[in-house]
Design a protein. Structure first.
Lengths: 466, 282
């Protein structure tokens, strides 16, 4: 809750800075507790750890209760008259002249009247919940424990990043390809042998009567460059390949440039991706500047490319310009501007060392959000299992009730043995009352004191129902 | 649009009348009036269903987007659940005293809200929308039912003079009402949990992550944990009676705030479903 009231993010962001300025007395405490990153702050992680620990303890206790109840249900299912004689909770004297069969019929009707439907099992009336009924709570709690464990494993091994890929460009799935990357310490980059390609970009894609906006077609390639899967990527239509899920949350423009040596030899090419920005001079800002290295590996030139946009009134039109160009700014490693020129596709710019930089073209790029996390299906599975667990707790009755007629020198007595744990249609008092009234208001007696209950209630046993 | 709004006003009138009749029926121990109030509430559903049907046919989507549609859907689920329960067990009719004011407040809020047409956006265009929203609505209805039972429980329990006990004499025994408070909370807990799970799956498909600590995600988890605490204090600490009923009374508004209040207070990626912050209130 604190995390939703305090802006989340780095200290430099606009929201966080504004909040901090407005609350100078509170900010030091918030910063000390790292509450601008509330969901990774130590205090939060400690709370989550304690919750996990208590869930484990709860799960264990519930499991023990469920085992005990399963045994109790099994015993009740196999009940006979002698068992009932030894374990009954109360008994009702049957009126004279009423036979055992009639007494049971009367009892059955009386129980049915308060919602406790029984069936004849030999010379007993029984209603015994299925064994599964008492396992809802342990299933739920152990699923939560598993869920927490899976989330922990997932956070250690997953990678989650944003990668700018221009149309026609192929980028390997390596940390260097990502602009922003969060990678767990156990993520195995060495084992990753794939790459991503944007085959096409439809800036105004329509499907099913909906304008889906800019939609790229993305391919995932294997180590040999073979296509594993290709599809259009848009909201609710992610590209899934194994543990990898690809979304396309943003887009921009790209300028492709080539470096040509003095002898006309192609030395290499690069793609500069640029984002739209109404505040920028040209309407775009480069994501990362291109760096030209010399033969020793030292940075020789820093090349920054932007794409000047068309204007509509005061605003830039965030689209490919009608006559695309690129502004190329070349700086020395110390930041001194060497060249600043606007190039048309095909035009060249001569660099200080005699090499030339050529603008090959301007196009679209798609910012792919790439998540590699094999635990996601397990997370779904744990959550689903947890829901099934609660569902069992909600739907199933957890009870057993055995009613029979005991016969001895004192006459006929209707005896009842029961455990009413959860979701029961009637309380013990209601059952006693219903049977007593049905049999003519005869005396109700408790079980013989000498006889110990077969399954003594565990401490707080009634409480383990959730 | 006009017919639809007229029908909604008719619905609100029915609900207000039903609420007044519940109050009158309970205060003056008029069982017949209380029963008629249930019929009136059920009658109010007819124009509401027609109005929502007209809107659905016109827009091509169900009542999922914008405060007006959302509040309507929550009201429908709450009133349907109440009338079905009251229909099946007439002794529980008096719980309308606790539930119908919630329905009236929701409908009143809906009628004051922006009734503009919010189209389905690409990120909302998924069958998960229906699944996610329906579970949210039904979960809220269960929480509202728990709230309604808790209200009548507290009223009856607090009746030192015995007047209210007599007025609510038709209700089942207090322990049965208390049990219903817990049962509906448990059902709501399950349905709310499914809402969170389906939302997480959908978020992963739509945004590429199943959990992002967005305010609505955070608060829906908070609500779920609050009801988990409710169930634990009931079953583990054996809370019962008025203390537990007050817990249910306090918990439900938090669930309501989570569903319709968060997008108007916090900056959330869920703002789209309520038509944006500026679209929430006219």
């Amino acid at each position: 809750m604190v995390g939703s009231f305090i802006p989340q993010g780095e200290s430099g962001t606009r929201e966080v800075s504004a909040w901090a300025l407005a609350r100078p007395t509170l900010e030091p405490l918030v910063r000390a507790l790292d509450l601008h990153h509330a969901f990774t702050a130590p205090v939060f992680l400690v709370a989550v750890s304690l919750l996990t620990l208590s869930t484990v303890v709860c799960s264990w206790r519930r499991t023990k209760v469920s085992i005990s109840r399963t045994h109790a249900l099994a015993r009740a299912r196999a009940a006979d008259t002698e068992w009932l004689r030894a374990t009954h909770d109360f008994e009702v004297l049957c009126p004279a002249g009423l036979g055992p069969a009639e007494a049971l019929a009367v009892a059955s009707e009386a129980l049915s009247g308060i919602g406790a439907r029984t069936r004849h099992s030999g010379n007993l009336l029984t209603t015994v919940s299925p064994g599964l009924s008492v396992w809802g709570s342990p299933i739920f709690h152990w699923s939560l424990v598993a869920f927490m464990a899976v989330v922990l494993v997932g956070s250690l091994q997953r990678s989650d990043g944003l990668m700018a890929v221009a149309v026609g460009q192929t980028r390997p799935d390596t940390p260097a390809s990502y602009g922003l990357l969060r990678s767990g310490p156990l993520h195995n980059w060495a084992g990753v042998r794939r790459s991503f390609r944007v085959d096409a970009f439809e800036p105004d894609y329509q499907a099913g009567g909906l304008d889906l906006g800019p939609v790229p077609t993305v391919s995932v390639l294997d180590a040999q460059g073979g296509v594993i899967k290709t599809q259009r990527v848009y909201p609710n239509m992610m590209l899934h390949v194994g543990s990898v899920s690809i979304n396309a949350p943003d887009y921009g423009l790209s300028a492709t440039v080539s470096l040509v040596g003095t002898g006309g030899v192609e030395l290499g090419g690069a793609v500069q991706s640029v984002d739209f920005s109404q505040e920028a001079t040209d309407g775009t800002i480069p994501l990362d500047p291109l760096v030209v290295y010399d033969s020793s590996g030292s940075a020789k030139l820093i090349v920054s490319v932007t794409v000047p946009l068309d204007r509509s009134g005061e605003r830039f039109v965030e689209w490919i310009p009608r006559a695309p160009t690129a502004r190329v700014t070349v700086r020395s490693p110390d930041g001194a501007r060497i060249v600043d020129r606007v190039l048309k596709p095909g035009e060249r710019l001569v660099l200080s060392n005699g090499d030339t930089l050529r603008l090959d073209g301007v196009g679209w790029y798609s910012r792919l959000s790439i998540v590699d996390d094999w635990t996601t299906p397990l997370v779904y599975g744990c959550m689903t299992l947890a829901m099934i667990g609660i569902g069992i707790s909600v739907v199933f009755r957890q009870q057993w009730l055995v009613v029979g007629v005991l016969e001895d020198a004192g006459g006929l007595r209707l005896a009842a043995s029961m455990r009413l744990w959860r979701n029961c249609p009637a309380t013990r008092a209601e059952i006693e009352s219903a049977l007593s009234v049905a049999l003519g208001g005869a005396n109700i007696a408790g079980a013989p004191e000498a006889v110990a209950p077969v399954e003594p209630l565990a401490k707080n046993e009634e409480g383990y129902g959730l | 649009m006009t017919t639809e709004v007229y029908l909604m006003w008719v619905t609100l009138t029915f609900y207000v009348a039903a609420t007044v009749m519940f109050v009158v029926g309970v205060i003056f121990s008029k069982e017949k009036v209380t029963r008629q109030a249930v019929y009136l509430a059920a009658l109010g559903l007819v124009p509401q269903f027609v109005a929502l049907g007209i809107r659905w046919a016109r827009l091509g989507h169900g009542p999922y987007i914008g405060y007006y549609e959302l509040a309507n859907a929550l009201t429908v689920c709450t009133v349907v659940l109440f009338t079905v329960v009251a229909w099946r067990n007439p002794r529980l009719s008096a719980m309308g005293l606790g539930i119908m004011p919630v329905a009236v407040l929701l409908m009143g809020g809906a009628m004051l809200a922006n009734k503009a047409d919010f189209p389905i956006t690409p990120s909302l265009a998924s069958y998960w929308l229906f699944i996610h929203v329906i579970f949210a609505n039904v979960a809220f209805a269960a929480f509202a039912a728990s709230f309604g039972y808790a209200v009548v429980y507290v009223i009856r329990e607090g009746s030192h003079s015995g007047k209210w006990s007599a007025r609510l004499a038709k209700l089942p025994a207090q322990e049965v009402v208390a049990d219903l408070v817990v049962r509906f909370a448990l059902a709501g807990f399950l349905l709310w949990g499914i809402m969170i799970v389906t939302g997480a799956i959908w978020a992963n498909e739509s945004w590429g992550r199943y959990w992002s600590w967005d305010p609505i995600e955070t608060w829906s988890l908070v609500v779920w944990i609050i009801y988990a605490i409710f169930l634990h204090v009931r079953y583990m600490l054996h809370w019962s009676g008025r203390r537990l009923a007050w817990f249910a009374i306090v918990a439900m508004p938090i669930a309501l705030f989570c569903l319709i209040g968060i997008p108007t207070v916090f900056n959330t990626i869920h703002a789209g479903y309520i038509g944006g912050i500026e679209g929430a209130v006219q």
